[in-house]
Design a protein around this ligand. Sequence first.
Ligand code: ATP
Length: 338
Amino acid sequence: MAVAMAKAKAKAMRDADGVDVDPGAAVVVRGLTKSYRGVPAVRGIDLEIRRGEIFALLGPNGAGKTTTVEILEGYRARDGGAVSVLGHDPGRARSRLKARIGIVLQSTGVDRYLTVAETITMYASYYPHPRPVNEVIELVGLEAKRDARVAKLSGGQQRRLDVAIALAGDPELLFLDEPTTGFDPSARHEAWDVVKNLAALGKTVVLTTHYMDEAQYLADRVAVIAAGRIVAQGTPATLAGRDTARARIRCRLPEDALPPEEFAGVAIADGYIEFTPDDITRALHRLTGWAIEQSVSLDGLQIVRPSLEDVYLELTGPPSAVGADRLGSAAIPERTSR
Ligand code: ATP
């Protein structure tokens, strides 16, 4: 009996394309491809996004992030590969998935004369099991603007309303497209809190962003896409071996001080020396020992490992090389509404 049930469950975890779907996975993508009039935009992407995780897609302009996300949302047809979103193929089951996913675009066209509460109530009415409107308002931190007209909201507040609209149907999976573009620093931090709130509720969040600090702060895992391929995937802290990369020592020397002999070959720029020793502990010991002996202070002494941005730039290469596809792509009308 138990075996039969397990078999039935395993069967249910395969979608129509036969993608094996781990019950813990919200999204599974295998060998995804998409071209626009013969010009490849996505060239064989594999992804697995766990339920309840915040997953960030990073990549330069034209890398294929939007194309990939639109395929996951069911708004764009793929050419090849297999995709499973919450156990369904979004290419075939878009209407079934609609109530279970929420989408936050870069700008949502809403009636500027409705209030915040009216807007969310209207969107909630489209869904079979909406989240209570007041709860949604609280989740996005718009309590003080509940009865304000949309036209009177600041840019950051409108963005929160966009998130609220996506939350109205109480989706399991949310897609956030560059959620904080154009925000001031405090609005960005507030928006990050909103996203963390969603994760605390057990929602799965897939976001695209160009901000490495955003990915670092929010994402459990990130994937870097360049020219239609995933070039690295992992946690922000360990991406592309960040955590094990050799550390650099950086400090400023007084103008007349010469570094110890063993560091003599190290370049000095703007009074700073920076170098990557084979043995960081020994090098640090030698440098600080020398400074104490010479009564020299090592201002701004730092041990630096590559930041997420350093790793990202290394992976994605010079902007001109990555954006090259864009020039050759044929124009196909963009989706205008959802
Ligand atoms: P961005 O960060 O600028 O939003 P992206 O990573 O989301 O970029 P996509 O929008 O997926 O990239 O574009 C991938 C490639 O496909 C680009 O070369 C782009 O020019 C091309 N492309 C995207 N949409 C279309 C379209 N509707 N018609 C033709 N080519 C397109």
